[in-house]
Design a protein around this ligand. Structure first.
Ligand SMILES: C[S@@+](CC[C@H](N)C(=O)[O-])C[C@H]1O[C@@H](n2cnc3c(N)ncnc32)[C@H](O)[C@@H]1O
Ligand SMILES: [Zn+2]
Length: 310
């Protein structure tokens, strides 16, 4: 089985990364310390301590609490079967696991679950590389990956021979607009509720590789929005690259709708905190929501599938 580190690249010089005591290092001597949570920080210098580029810690915690209760599982199931149907795009002779990059992975719940389901559905090994600007996201993601047996105790720098699980996964601090990944190294790329780096997705995918993009559909969380705002305007948003972009072609779009039943104020608050409304809503809306102890909402995800053109 190929080394998990193989497709990773130094964010400074693009060189490959090798294990060294307590860190990963490129041939030019740039080194990336192994954090206690098991990741190495591959954000380009200058962005490393810029907390504003990532979701704050409390939003990450809310997202973890919400997602780990399984409320958005139908999205993970849909993506895993979509990618499993795509077949292995890899031309590598079968020894190399199916590689997936999650661009804007947040706290990694979707990433880890999709990787596990994909391995189950497609009966193949899966390597998952999640990247997020938030260090807190990477921490939470690596903790989850460890608890699911997808990342060893020694983290991403663990010796290759000790990291042989059928699914291997790590969430790393990294900039999705300058992914620390080799050209044509991924069989699939994911973007869930995050900005879409079209150029980078096209660069890292093998020819024929798939990009799945998930965005909020028109009716997404409509019931929640109607409580928060007096006047709700529904808008259609279909993520797409610029018109003259030819390196990804659209295979299809579908809308996935499912009910989410929240049965406590804690669950309602966790959902609210992970939405963009949390920063924007006025006091009246907050108070109306805080008064509830149950809420039925509709989740509506728009999923588009793209193919990398050689
Ligand atoms: C709404 S969250 C979605 C997270 C996750 N995909 C999910 O669905 O739970 C969007 C994420 O994109 C990340 N993000 C935004 N710009 C980024 C960038 N330039 N590089 C890496 N991550 C970025 C944010 O830190 C945030 O965690
Ligand atoms: Zn380097």
């Amino acid at each position: 089985m190929t080394d998990f580190l193989e497709p990773l690249r130094c964010p400074l010089c693009g060189g490959s990364l090798e294990r060294a005591p307590g860190c990963l290092r490129c041939a030019a001597g740039h080194s990336y310390d192994l954090a206690r949570a098991g990741y190495v920080n591959l954000l380009p210098p200058g962005k490393k301590n810029n907390a504003k580029t990532g979701d704050e810690k409390e939003m990450i915690r809310a997202r973890s609490e919400f997602l780990r209760r399984g409320f958005y599982d139908p999205i993970d199931e849909a993506l895993a079967s979509l990618l499993a149907e795509s077949g292995p795009a890899s031309t590598d002779g079968g020894d190399r696991p199916f590689r997936v990059a999650d661009m804007g992975a947040g706290e990694g719940t979707h990433s880890c679950r999709i990787a596990a389901l994909l391995a189950e559905n497609g009966k193949r090994r899966v390597d998952l590389y999640g990247f997020d600007a938030s260090k807190h996201g990477a921490e939470a993601g690596c903790r989850l990956a460890r608890s699911m047996g997808l990342l060893p105790k020694d983290g991403i720098a663990a010796p290759a021979e000790e990291w042989t699980s059928p699914v291997r996964a790590a969430i790393l601090p990294g900039n999705i607009f300058r992914l620390p990944l080799a050209d044509a190294s991924m069989d699939a790329a994911l973007s869930l509720f995050a900005p879409v780096p079209w150029d980078e997705a096209a660069r890292i995918l093998v020819p024929g590789g798939r990009l799945a993009v998930v965005s909020a559909g028109r009716e997404h969380l409509g019931e929640l929005r109607r409580i928060l705002y007096d006047d709700v305007r529904l808008t259609d948003f279909h993520p797409a690259p610029p018109d003259d972009f030819r390196r990804l072609s659209l295979l299809g779009r579908r809308t996935l709708s499912f009910p989410v039943t929240l049965s406590s104020q804690a669950e309602i608050a966790a959902l609210f905190m992970m939405t963009p409304f949390w920063h924007r809503v006025g006091d009246a809306g907050r108070e109306r929501l805080a008064a509830l102890d149950a809420l039925d909402v509709t989740a509506e995800a728009e999923i588009s599938l793209w193919e990398a053109v050689s």
